[in-house]
Design a protein around this ligand. Structure first.
Ligand code: CTP
Length: 440
C-alpha cells in the first residue's frame, strides 16, 4: 500500500484545495492530511485564518478524500509523521517548490501544480474588507497603519488628524480629513487613539453614525459614559472594543489560562509596573498624558482579569509633575478578601517594568516589557520545576487586535478578550482618580 501525506491550512475550503487533495490521493492508496493548528499558523505568521481548527478539519473530512486527518502542531513535525505513519510520498502544491526537498531523505517528495486563480487569502479579502478610519494621535497612527497591512480582513482607508504631514508617510491613496464626521461617512469602523478625555465623544459619534469602534482604553472617563457607550453599541448591534494590545497577545492569554488552571495554586498577589521616561517614544502618546492615563489600563488589565473586579478597597499614592491633571508617578494598592494587587505607573519616572503573580505553589514572572511579551516563566521553590513559555509576537500586538475586531464584526459578537466588567472597573479607577485630582 502506498501511503501519501499532505499538509495545509484549508481555510474556507475551495476548489484549489479539492483538486490538490484528489491528485494527492491519486498518487497512492492511502491519504493522510495534516491540518495546521491555529498556534502553528500564528507562529508561521499566518494570522488571518478565519475558520477554527475544528471547522477546517471538518471541511477536509467532509470531502471524503482523506483517509485520515491529523493536526500539524509544531515545526519539524513532518519528519516525525513520515516516520510514524510509514509514508511513501509527501506532496504539496507548487507554491512550495524546493521548500520541502529536505524530506527526500525520508520519502519521495512531489510538488503538484497549484490551481490558478483561487486562494484562501483572496476569498478572505473579498469576504470581509472592513473599511477602517483612524483618528487621534498621528505618530502612533502611522505605526498602526503599517501593522494593518498584515491583516487582510481590514483595510485602513481614512485618517482624521490635524497634521496633513502624515500623508508623507501614509501615501495619498488614504482619505485625509480634519473633520471626524467626514471620516465616519467613508468607513465601517474607526480606531481611536486620542487623549482619554476625548474617547467618549469620539466613540459616541461613531456609534451614532452606525460604525464599529476600537478605542484605546479606557473607553470613557466616567462609568455613566461608559455604560452609555456599551448600551448604545448593543442597541445598534455594533462592536465596541478596547485596543489594549496586551490582551490579544498569545503569551499573555496563555498565562491567564494557566493561572485559571491552578498552575501556581491560589493567587494571592498581582504586581504590575509600566513606566516610561519619554511617553511619546515608548507608547506613542503625547506628553499631555498623565502616567495613569498612559499606562493605567494596561497595568490594571492583569489585576482585574486575574483577581476579578470585586476588590474591597483601594489606596492611591500619586505624585504630580507640576502640570494640571498630570501625574508623573502613581501607585495603587488593591485589597481583595484574600489577595492583594499593586499597580505602579510612571511617565517621567522609571522602574522595572515587570509583572509578577504570586501564588501558594509558585509564581509567574514576566520581565519587561511584559505588556508586549513573547515569554513568561512559572517559577517554583524547587528551581528544577521552573517552566518557560514562549509564543512569538509579530509586531506589537496591533495586528492581533485588528484580527479580533474583524472577527467580532463578521460574527456580530462582542470580542471576548476583555470582559465588560473589566472595562468598567478600569473606567471606575480613572474616574475616581480624575475626581481626586480635581478636588485636590
Ligand atoms: N493549493 C493549490 N491550489 C490553490 C490553493 C492551494 O493546489 N489554488 C494547495 C497548496 O499548495 C497546499 C494546499 O492546497 O498544498 C493547502 O493550501 P493552503 O495554504 O491551505 O491554501 P491557500 O489557498 O494557498 O491559502 P492562503 O491563501 O492562506 O495561503
Amino acid at each position: 500500500m502506498i501511503k501519501v501525506i499532505t499538509y495545509g491550512t484549508y481555510d474556507l475550503l475551495h476548489y484549489g484545495h479539492l483538486r490538490l487533495l484528489e491528485r494527492a490521493k491519486a498518487l497512492g492508496d492511502y491519504l493522510i492530511v495534516g491540518v495546521t493548528a491555529d498556534d502553528f499558523d500564528k507562529i508561521r505568521g499566518k494570522i488571518n485564518v478565519q475558520q477554527s481548527l475544528e471547522e477546517r478539519v471538518a471541511a477536509v473530512q467532509a470531502t471524503g478524500i482523506a483517509d485520515k486527518v491529523i493536526i500539524e502542531e509544531y515545526e519539524g513535525q513532518k519528519i516525525d509523521d513520515i516516520r510514524k505513519y510509514g509514508i511513501d510520498i509527501f506532496t504539496v502544491g507548487s507554491d512550495w517548490v524546493g521548500v520541502f526537498d529536505y524530506l527526500n531523505e525520508y520519502c519521495k517528495v512531489v510538488y503538484l501544480p497549484r490551481t490558478d486563480g483561487v486562494s484562501s487569502s483572496e476569498i478572505r479579502a473579498k469576504n470581509a474588507s472592513l473599511r477602517l478610519g483612524m483618528v487621534g494621535y498621528a505618530p502612533f497612527l502611522r505605526k498602526f497603519y503599517y501593522e494593518s497591512k498584515f491583516v487582510n480582513a481590514v483595510d485602513v482607508t481614512g485618517i482624521c488628524v490635524p497634521e496633513a504631514g502624515v500623508l508623507d508617510y501614509l501615501g495619498t491613496e488614504i482619505f485625509y480629513t480634519t473633520e471626524y464626521e467626514k471620516l465616519l461617512e467613508t468607513v465601517d469602523s474607526v480606531y481611536i487613539h486620542a487623549h482619554p478625555l476625548e474617547h467618549y465623544s469620539l466613540c459616541k459619534k461613531a456609534l451614532m453614525a452606525g460604525k464599529h469602534v476600537m478605542c484605546e482604553s479606557p473607553l470613557a472617563m466616567t462609568i455613566d459614559e461608559c455604560n452609555d457607550l456599551l448600551a448604545l453599541a448593543q442597541q445598534r448591534r455594533l462592536i465596541i472594543m478596547e485596543a489594549t494590545r496586551t490582551a490579544y497577545i498569545t503569551a499573555y492569554a496563555r498565562m491567564l489560562l494557566l493561572l485559571k488552571g491552578g498552575k501556581i495554586g491560589k493567587v494571592v498577589s498581582v504586581d504590575a509596573t509600566c513606566t516610561s521616561l519619554s511617553s511619546s517614544e515608548q507608547i506613542g502618546r503625547s506628553k499631555q498624558w498623565g502616567s495613569l492615563e498612559a499606562w493605567g489600563p494596561t497595568t490594571m488589565l492583569p489585576v482585574f482579569q486575574i483577581l476579578g473586579t470585586d476588590y474591597i478597597s483601594k489606596n492611591i499614592f500619586s505624585i504630580n509633575n507640576g502640570m494640571e491633571h498630570n501625574d508623573a508617578f502613581t501607585k495603587i494598592n488593591f485589597t481583595y478578601p484574600s489577595a492583594t494587587a499593586t499597580i505602579k505607573v510612571g511617565n517621567g519616572v522609571k522602574s522595572e517594568g515587570e509583572l509578577i503573580v504570586s501564588g501558594t505553589k509558585g509564581y509567574v514572572y514576566i520581565p519587561a516589557p511584559w505588556w508586549k511579551t513573547e515569554y513568561f516563566e512559572i517559577r517554583f521553590e524547587n528551581q528544577a520545576n521552573n517552566k518557560r513559555y514562549f509564543y512569538q509576537v509579530d509586531g506589537e500586538g496591533i495586528r492581533y487586535e485588528l484580527v479580533a475586531l474583524a472577527n467580532a464584526v463578521r460574527n456580530n459578537m462582542p470580542d471576548y478578550y476583555i470582559s465588560r466588567n473589566v472595562s468598567l472597573a478600569i473606567v471606575s479607577i480613572m474616574q475616581d482618580f480624575r475626581r481626586n485630582q480635581e478636588n485636590a
